[in-house]
Design a protein around this ligand. Structure first.
Ligand code: ADP
Length: 271
């Protein structure tokens, strides 16, 4: 509280007005705590593969020096750990880049049908490996959203990849693209074990995983859905997660879009 005095300098009298300065310290502390937690988590995530690499290097220099089969096995694991660190660093950099540009809405016109087709092709090898079919019946014409093509590819690659990784082997992954007024809804559905309700609100937090060991086994960094959330927000869209244990999960992204083919049909049917 800052008392404001008016009148000649030095004159002792009661303040005529009081300026009350309020700052939301709770919010400030929460942001600060999140930053500290994030750095602690990121360091821990990077230190885990690094510790494993150091352990293998020592073993290779000592006990396993002349054991060729063991050496081959260890080198393979070391390669996987190095790739994991590099994925994590890539994801951390992506996240910070997206956050830095959160206020700038990407402006290019992107066809969501082409984006989904691209994602399906890119993930075909993983789908084959898992014995899962990615089903996508595209709409009759293009669906144009304003955005950044690479970022939108990233969103749907993450969602389809998660559906393949966590959706259970042998089941299908279905991608739908439908119109709802002036919006397009892209849904990625799997028929896997689903997600318990208590986890749903926290899934998009950085490094939040339902089962950390399983996520690591699948090569996950724990940052995928945080990246998805930020990209969707930057596109002024909405991410909705629906799931019930035992009944799979659906991740839907709503984006405002244009439907040029429908417009043409509307015009020609009006004529
Ligand atoms: P990760 O790199 O661990 O996959 P994500 O941020 O992409 O990180 O996902 C966070 C967590 O959400 C995952 O570790 C997993 O536990 C859970 N999850 C994501 N997608 C699905 C899904 N389709 N079915 C079940 N669980 C999922």
């Amino acid at each position: 509280v800052v008392p404001i005095r008016f009148g000649p300098a030095g004159e002792r009298r009661k303040p005529d007005a009081t300026l009350l300065v309020l700052r939301d310290l709770t919010q400030q502390r929460r942001v600060e705590q999140m930053r500290v937690d994030f750095i602690a988590n990121a360091s821990h995530e990077l230190r885990t593969p690094l510790a494993s690499l150091s352990g293998f290097i020592e073993t290779l220099q000592g006990p396993a020096r002349n054991d060729t089969p063991a050496r081959e096995r260890f080198l393979k694991i070391m390669g996987e750990q190095a790739r994991r660190m590099s994925r994590l660093i890539d994801d951390l950099l992506s996240l910070s880049r997206i956050e830095m540009t959160a206020h700038m809405r990407p402006e290019a016109e992107v066809d969501l049908v082409a984006v989904v087709n691209h994602v399906r092709d890119a993930l075909a090898p993983l789908a084959l490996e898992r014995g899962v079919a990615i089903a996508f019946v595209p709409p009759a014409g293009p669906v144009m959203a304003r955005g950044d093509r690479d970022e939108l590819i990233r969103v749907f690659e993450n969602l389809v990849e998660n559906a393949l990784k966590y959706g259970g082997a042998g089941e299908e992954v279905t991608v739908t693209l439908v119109r709802d007024g002036g919006e397009a809804i892209v849904g990625v559905r799997d028929y896997g074990p689903g997600i318990a309700p208590e986890h749903l609100p926290r899934l998009t937090e950085r490094f939040y995983r339902v089962d950390t060991a399983h996520s690591r086994e699948q090569g996950g960094t724990g940052l995928g859905l945080a990246i998805v959330k930020h990209i969707v927000a930057r596109h002024r869209g909405r991410l909705v997660i629906e799931s019930r244990p035992g009944e799979g999960a659906t991740f839907s992204v709503r984006l405002s879009a244009r439907f040029p083919k429908d417009e043409k049909t509307e015009v020609s049917s009006a004529a």
